[in-house]
Ligand binder design. Structure first.
Ligand code: SAH
Ligand code: F3S
Length: 487
């Protein structure tokens, strides 16, 4: 994990792969092994894929050797993420040699980026399916069953999978993702997502609420509303965000924006914890921050990627705000929600970045003192504006050194933030056993910081008040002092 942080807090987009647990449905005869890489949206999409395939006779399995169908949900965000997937394909190839009946499909962003070229580049691949084409899987599987390769990478204007009830895979039974938008219209010049996930569209609030209510009924206690740019959420009856101007007066008058959606969800399930990710600074409104402050069940945590502290670089990245506007947003957040945690994404070594630009990034970090961070060396992605217009001119060594400086500073700030929790008693939702000790629970506070404490008689899914006694730069250590009111 040389290019990113190693905090326990959230998954890093490119590094984590995870296979999914067994879900057996009566009458199903074939076995699906599905593995996900990349952002939370990919993990969420795999649950939609499992749901679609359950109706086609597939149960999921965690045992690769018993799979009839192997699917890899892929990530293109950095070159290294793609390399990880290609290495996995080498492994699946060995499996296919032992059992030629096994079929291998690639899903997600690499499928969309490479399209049918994938079939040429990686001989073992039978099927290539882009992120908007999962409902076509039944047809595509029929194709490969009949011995033909199958490809569908068509991007959609309105597909949100709002009508597919995800099969919860690898679930702790406590926290779940609910996707609310798909695609991204922002066109940050370094980013491949607008090309792989298409134009931005929002999901019907009715289907979002149904999913949230259903999760509550099934015992889930926390949801994360997911989108590439959640603050840009806008439901006006369907269609692309960019076509909103063409909507009727009636549609405009009854449109639901992100602040309103947050409120609807918070009110529908007042005991459920609500989180959201990701917020793009240019789209986050005061309304959203005020809604967070108004509802206790909306967690005090905002993932607010900035990428760089230099105005010149922000402009070259097509991030549509300045350093000063970002500070204003941070000031507003801290004024309205004083204990709100904030995390960042940073890119070191964007083309033309000077030492002075890099110093601007470090000084921006000093100002904000982020609770957590996800930090990366710039990786040129084919087809992006940066790749077409700018030379990837920062030497690898320089990128790495700047990245190391950013990570070191983030660790200092992480510790500064975790220390602020010591001595306080905070509500923690128990998610499972601590990775390091069977005798301890692991959960999170409202700010999304991991809290570890002795198990006693508490159970997974309970809200507990924990007195924080100690900390590292990423974890709080404490002891339970009783159930919280929310329990
Ligand atoms: N809005 C998205 C961002 C997806 S990409 C979200 O929901 O999180 C996640 C992060 O990867 C970005 O914020 C950026 O910091 C990093 N990233 C994206 N493209 C990159 C590239 N070409 N090189 C290095 N890091 C990149
Ligand atoms: Fe990528 Fe920028 Fe959208 S980072 S996902 S183009 S907000």
């Amino acid at each position: 994990m040389s290019q990113s942080t190693t905090t326990e807090k959230m998954m890093d987009e490119s590094m984590q792969g995870s296979s999914l647990e067994l879900h057996a449905k009566a009458g199903n005869t074939r076995k699906l092994f599905i593995e996900s890489y990349g952002c939370q949206m990919n993990f969420s999409d795999s649950e939609i894929v499992a749901s679609i395939l359950a109706k086609e006779g597939f149960d999921t399995t965690q045992k690769l050797e018993e799979a009839d169908l192997v699917l890899v949900n892929t990530c293109s965000i950095r070159e290294k993420a793609e390399q990880t997937v290609r290495n996995r394909l080498v492994h699946f190839n060995r499996l296919k040699k032992e059992n030629p009946n096994v079929k291998v499909g690639v899903l997600g962003c690499m499928a969309e980026r490479l399209k049918s070229k994938f079939l040429e580049e990686e001989q073992i691949v039978d099927m290539v399916v882009g992120p908007d084409a999962y409902k076509d899987l039944p047809n595509l599987i029929q194709e490969i069953d009949e011995g033909r390769n199958a490809v569908n990478v068509i991007l959609s204007k309105d597909e949100t999978y709002g009508d597919v009830a995800p099969v919860r895979l690898n679930s702790n039974g406590v926290t779940a993702f609910v996707s609310i938008t798909r695609g991204c219209d922002n066109m940050c010049t370094f980013c491949v997502v607008p090309f792989t996930r298409g134009r931005e569209r929002s999901r019907d609030p009715k289907s979002i609420l149904e999913e949230v209510n259903d999760l509550w009924e099934r015992g889930f206690k926390e949801i994360t509303l997911l989108g590439q740019n959640v603050d840009s959420y806008l439901w006006y009856g369907g269609g692309l965000k960019k076509d909103f101007e063409k909507a009727s007066d009636m549609q405009k008058a009854t449109a639901v924006n992100f602040a309103r959606l947050l409120q609807l969800v918070a009110k529908a399930q007042p005991k459920m914890r609500i989180r959201f990710s990701t917020s793009n600074p240019q789209d986050m409104t005061l309304d959203v921050i005020e809604t967070m402050a108004k509802y206790n069940n909306i967690c005090n945590y905002i993932h607010l990627p900035v990428q760089s502290g230099s105005n010149r670089i922000l402009k070259a990245m097509n991030r549509l705000h300045t350093r000063e506007e970002y500070f204003e947003l941070i000031d507003n957040i801290k004024r309205i929600i004083p204990d709100c945690a904030i995390s960042q994404d940073m890119i070191a070594g964007f083309p033309t970045e000077t030492e002075e630009d890099h110093q601007d990034t470090l000084s921006l970090m000093e100002y904000v003192k982020y609770d957590f961070g996800f930090m990366f060396a710039y990786s040129e992605r084919p087809g992006t504006l940066a790749a077409r217009k700018l030379e990837d001119d920062i030497p690898e060594e320089t990128k790495k050194r700047r990245l190391r400086e950013i990570i070191a500073l983030q660790q200092e700030h992480g510790l500064y933030r975790t220390k602020q929790h010591v001595g306080k008693t905070e509500e923690v939702l128990i998610e499972g056993t601590s990775k390091k000790s069977d005798a301890h629970w692991m959960g999170r506070n409202s700010q999304n910081t991991v809290v570890v404490f002795p198990k006693e008689n508490y159970k997974v899914g309970e809200f507990v008040n924990v007195k924080i006694n100690d900390c590292t730069s990423a974890t709080l250590l404490g002891e339970a002092v009783g159930y919280s009111e929310n329990n």
